[in-house]
Design a protein around this ligand. Structure first.
Ligand SMILES: Cc1ncc(COP(=O)(O)O)c(C=O)c1O
Length: 436
């Protein structure tokens, strides 16, 4: 029997025993989820355009992933890789080394969360270069641990009140063409924002002190900001001319999110180190740093690791995810999905003045809402109202951006055309309502 007050009851319990810090996009509690659909505890069906924040690219409860988890859980769930090693860890490392961009020899290590992968990438780059500084970007999000939070650029809610921050973090403007920090226009700008790195060495931090530059191919939490084609090759060349490790944070963009397995492939760039998490293991906590063998192998024995890193159940889930990608041609599906979404979003932009910009790569697509297309004043309240309208009508949708005015899509790539249409129809209704 369905209890029609169960969300409310659990919500009250949550408010009583869980602090407000861990935020909630919706007031709903889940009962079960399948593919691109989430069912709440009151039996409501919701189309999921969030995928648990970009984690469920292969879909909720994919049978192959569920079977892999069950099977592994019956054999052993933990020995700690540092105590008794196991095959799923090394098999997955082998696969990721083959899948990440770059034909050079690679190695991979595992941790639990995206933030932890970022922390490890910085440790590796520092050890390898023997330099302290890290360059990050405006609009960046790299996680919530001390160093990852220090690399993150959005103050509210991520940083306010949580200082002091980790030292030796320096911040460059990002290639935010819609609101160009240099007040220029692509392509006439000649991608000045990338060349600015050379000046940055004079004004902020010397190249000789810089271990790594860490950058998201598409700024995820920052608003799906998508740099122009020349951007990353310029950046990586400047890094390499100066002995700086180029780290691509592919935690949100990776695992097929943009229509390629890793988003840097769109820019034809081969990062020195890549951080991977989120959709890697379809909801099981697993992250990885993959990259150049000589860098990965630099830290001494015992310098990297953790009790749970590369848990065998998580690694088996990830191996199953990779099989699903192959068997179901998910990259091809992602490309088709991306085209469909782009067409619809472009049409919606024609229809609704509030949509100032449509951007992204493949099905990692977003619309930036503005009160006025001339002034580009961010429409954050309207974005919030749209998210609320949508979950009340049966669509889970997420906002992002430093002004919280960007609506983004992170739906499972296995979403059916019918589910996609249903979700988009709700979005369109919501845009009509908030545009009034
Ligand atoms: C690009 C990027 N890096 C790092 C993180 C942090 O990952 P986690 O929340 O697993 O620590 C995220 C999470 O949203 C992310 O999008």
């Amino acid at each position: 029997m369905i209890d029609s007050s169960k969300n409310e009851y659990l919500g009250e319990l949550r408010a009583r025993v869980v602090p407000q810090g861990p935020f909630n996009v919706t007031p709903l509690f889940v009962e079960k989820a399948k593919g691109a659909v989430v069912y709440d505890v009151e039996g409501r069906e919701l189309i999921d355009f969030s995928g648990g924040i970009g984690v469920m690219n292969v879909g909720h409860c994919h049978p192959k992933v569920v079977a892999a988890i069950k099977d592994q859980a019956e054999k052993y769930t933990h020995t700690c890789f540092h105590v008794v090693m196991y095959e799923p860890y090394v098999k997955l490392a082998e696969k990721l080394c083959a899948l990440t961009p770059g034909s050079f020899p690679k190695m991979a290590m595992f941790a639990n969360s995206g933030a932890e992968a970022v922390e490890n990438a910085v440790k590796i780059a520092r050890y390898y270069t023997k330099r302290p500084a890290v360059i990050a970007f405006e609009n960046a999000f790299h996680g919530r641990t001390l160093l990852a939070m220090s690399l993150t650029s959005k103050v509210m809610p991520y940083k306010l009140g949580f200082g002091p921050f980790a030292p030796e973090v320096y911040r460059m403007p990002y290639a935010y063409c819609y609101r160009c920090p240099f007040n220029l226009k692509y392509p006439d700008c000649d991608v000045t924002c990338a060349d600015y790195l050379k000046e940055f060495f004079g004004s902020h931090v010397p190249a000789e002190s810089t271990a790594a530059l860490i950058v998201e191919p598409v700024a995820g939490e920052g608003g799906f900001i998508t740099p122009p084609p020349e951007y990353f090759s310029k950046l990586i060349n400047i890094c390499h001319d100066n002995g700086i490790v180029f780290v691509a944070d592919e935690i949100q963009t990776g695992m097929g999110r943009t229509g390629k397995m890793f988003a840097m492939e769109h820019w034809g760039v081969e990062p020195d180190l890549v951080t991977v998490a989120k959709s890697l293991a379809a909801g099981m906590p697993l992250s990885s740093v993959v990259g150049k063998k000589e860098m990965m192998d630099a830290p001494h024995v015992g310098g990297l690791g953790g009790t749970y890193g590369g848990n065998p159940v998580c690694c088996q889930a990830a191996l199953a995810v990779l099989e699903v990608f192959e068997e179901e041609n998910l990259l091809q599906r992602a490309e088709v999905l991306g085209k469909k979404l782009r067409e619809r979003f472009d049409a919606l932009q024609q229809q609704f003045e509030i949509i100032g910009d449509v951007r992204g790569k493949g099905p990692m697509l977003a619309m930036e809402l503005v009160k006025d297309r001339e002034t580009k004043k961010p429409a954050a309240d309207e974005a919030k109202a749209l998210v609320k309208f949508c979950y009340e009508k049966g669509l889970i949708l997420l906002s992002c951006g430093n002004f919280s005015n960007v609506i983004r899509t992170l739906m499972p790539l296995v979403i059916t055309d019918e589910q996609l249409e249903r979700g988009l129809a709700i979005m369109e209704d919501g845009l009509s309502v908030i545009s009034k």
